[in-house]
Design a protein around this ligand. Structure first.
Ligand code: GLA
Length: 375
């Protein structure tokens, strides 16, 4: 990503010198559909970024150009309302900061992103975190990454209307170079976890673009909340004895509860496996996570199951599972680094034959969370 070119474009467009900010997308190694049950997740920020060039304009308005979407928007800071498209990920953070008492300044923003959209790697969190960082900096406000994550999630929940958990914002705001974060989504305590040596994470896009604002994600969240209410616990994270809990639940809630409780346990086991350099164990946990997301959380699709199965069967792969909210998006595979190119080519060819087009695929590197960039 060429930030110098972004600054040049900004000057040409708005006539002033911008400050530059960027926020990364994220992978999640394991711990899926657990964050909104106040459970555990294991994400890492990755080397795909949303960048924002920003400068105050003294107009009390946001003037925004997205190079990624080839579109513009303008909005009065006193009248920010959702309009149901990408602009909400810019206006939402501004509105959230205003409601928190931050004196947000009118600003010009030029945005570009290479985080794939609809792929389950949190392009929307990256955009909102980058905008939040930019608006805070222009107002001269210092805030730590935990607070930025809270504001960003609030924007997505309340302004955009997507009832997501905190994982995506947290990873984008607080990621660490070369490592993942084991995050307790209740306390927001994050413990760094070194990534396995000699192994890489490969993402292969199912090429089914997910839409999470809609019903299915919200329904899963409501199922988990209903199960917790029936069990008399604050969240499914608090279930102590799974077999006792399952006897008190009916229908889909049995499955949802079993997923959350077993997935939370897998996060801890995965951290241990990473620490011990046990790739086989980590891969097996990822495979189990996929099966649980498919059978108990029911957030997969047949074509995503096919992609996961292809990946799991490819030599050089230790494990693979669907990643993110589900209903499309990417599969993440744990791959021997020496074999990444061959594995990528094999999966792209085999899955490409299934869907009739070549899927996007890329290996990624863990990077630090959002920051201002000085040139
Ligand atoms: C989406 C949401 C996250 C999380 C995942 C599933 O990415 O934004 O908060 O719930 O789905 O783990």
């Amino acid at each position: 990503m060429n930030l110098a070119a972004l600054a040049v474009d900004f000057r040409a467009r708005f006539g002033s010198a911008p400050r530059l900010f960027r926020a990364p997308g994220r992978i999640n190694i394991i711990g899926e559909h657990t964050d909104y049950s106040e459970g555990f997740v294991l994400p890492a920020a990755i080397d795909r970024w949303c960048a924002v060039a920003a400068a105050p304009n003294g107009l009390g308005r946001l003037r925004v150009v997205s190079q990624t979407f080839g579109q513009e928007m303008e909005a009065d800071l006193a009248h920010l309302v959702p309009r149901g498209d990408w602009a909400d990920y810019v206006a939402g953070p501004a509105k959230t900061l205003l409601e928190a008492g931050v004196a947000v300044l009118g600003a010009d923003l030029l945005i570009v992103s290479d985080v794939p959209v609809g792929a389950g790697v949190s392009s929307s969190a990256a955009l909102q975190v980058a905008v939040t960082r930019a608006l805070l900096a222009l107002s001269g406000i210092e805030a730590d990454g935990v607070q930025v994550a809270r504001w960003t999630r609030a924007s997505e929940n309340q302004f955009v209307g997507m009832p997501c958990g905190i994982m995506d914002s947290f990873a984008s705001a607080n990621g660490i170079e070369g490592g993942a974060l084991m995050l307790d989504c209740r306390s927001l305590r994050a413990t760094p976890a070194a990534l396995p040596r000699d192994a890489s994470f490969l993402l292969v896009n199912s090429m089914v673009s997910h839409r999470l604002v809609g019903g299915e994600y919200r329904q899963r969240r409501e199922d988990c909340e209903a199960a917790a209410r029936t069990l008399g616990v604050p969240a499914l994270r608090d279930v102590v004895d799974l077999s006792v809990a399952l006897q008190q639940l009916d229908g889909d809630l049995v499955k949802r509860c079993r997923h959350v409780v077993t997935e939370n346990a897998r996060v801890g086991q995965a951290v241990s496996a990473m620490g011990a350099g046990d790739l086989a164990a980590l891969g097996e946990l990822m495979n189990q996570s996929h099966a649980s997301l498919r059978d108990d959380m029911e957030v997969s699709l047949p074509v995503v199951d096919q992609l996961a199965a292809i990946a799991q069967a490819t030599p050089g792969v230790h494990g693979a599972r669907l990643m993110g909210g589900g209903f499309g998006g990417c599969v993440i595979a744990l791959v021997d680094t020496a074999a990444v190119d061959a594995v990528q080519a094999a999966i792209v060819a085999a899955y490409g034959a299934v869907i009739g087009e070549s899927p996007d695929a890329f290996a990624c590197r863990a990077v630090a969370g959002a920051s201002e960039v000085f040139q």
